[in-house]
Design a protein around this ligand. Structure first.
Ligand SMILES: N[C@@H](CCC(=O)N[C@@H](CS)C(=O)NCC(=O)O)C(=O)O
Length: 215
């Protein structure tokens, strides 16, 4: 029987939350990973010419990572049932997107300028956003960012922090989280969730070295 397919690149980036949700939910899926060389052939089959795209077992295609993540989180029981918890989960995910978005223009810069621009972000607007996230995490008595159980928002924060401190962003130090002890402890806590840990024991390639506990 055909399963869900995630069309993306090998990198964690915008597809990783969906992969984790499916894995944690015990829902079979297959990764269809493109390279810069193979993507142009597939591009016209994607609803908006971009990936990630979730291919449903019946062949329908769902685009936009925000829509995919929420859909698979619901399938996996990782989208809060309580409307207010769900809103807090979304709040975190949108705020994290604002933080990540600060770095988007830096990809187009030559390496030296890119590194400088990222250092400036981490000393300015980015620092402000990380401090806000640090406070938010510190204030959670239940240990999760929305409600008292693991949700896709925890996974999104875990993925964002692991990505950022993984050495893949030139100009972002691998010890970035030393400045943010609550975020560092949170990242390690989610990395130690049994289902998350089990996922990275299976999918622990070099791009995901920083997704492991105590990385
Ligand atoms: N808002 C979209 C953005 C998707 C996006 O920017 N995808 C990039 C990869 S991360 C892509 O498909 N690039 C290739 C292209 O545009 O041809 C989402 O979150 O899914």
């Amino acid at each position: 029987m055909s399963s869900y397919k995630i069309h993306y690149f090998a990198a964690p980036a915008r597809a990783e939350v969906a992969r984790l949700c499916l894995s944690i939910g015990g829902i079979a899926y297959e990764d269809i990973n493109y390279t810069q060389a193979t993507f142009p052939e597939a591009k016209p089959r994607m609803p908006f010419g971009q990936v990630p795209v979730l291919e449903l077992p019946d062949g329908r295609m769902l685009a936009q990572s925000g829509a995919i993540d929420r859909y698979v989180a619901k399938l996996a029981g990782l989208y809060p049932a309580d409307p207010l918890d769900a809103a807090y989960a979304d709040q975190l995910v949108f705020q994290l997107a604002d933080f990540m978005e600060l770095f988007t223009p830096t990809w187009a810069l030559p390496m030296e300028e890119r590194i400088k621009a990222r250092q400036e972000i981490l000393a300015g607007k980015g620092k402000e956003k990380l401090q806000q996230l640090e406070k938010l995490v510190e204030a959670q008595s239940g240990g999760y960012v929305a409600g008292v159980k693991l949700s896709f928002a925890d996974l999104a924060l875990f993925v964002g922090l692991s990505n950022m401190s993984g050495g893949l962003y030139d100009g972002v130090p691998k010890n970035l989280l030393d400045e943010y002890p609550a975020l560092k402890a949170f990242r390690n806590k989610i990395a130690n969730e049994p289902a998350v840990k089990a996922h990275y024991e299976k999918h622990g390639d070099v791009l995901r070295a920083s997704f492991k506990p105590d990385a």
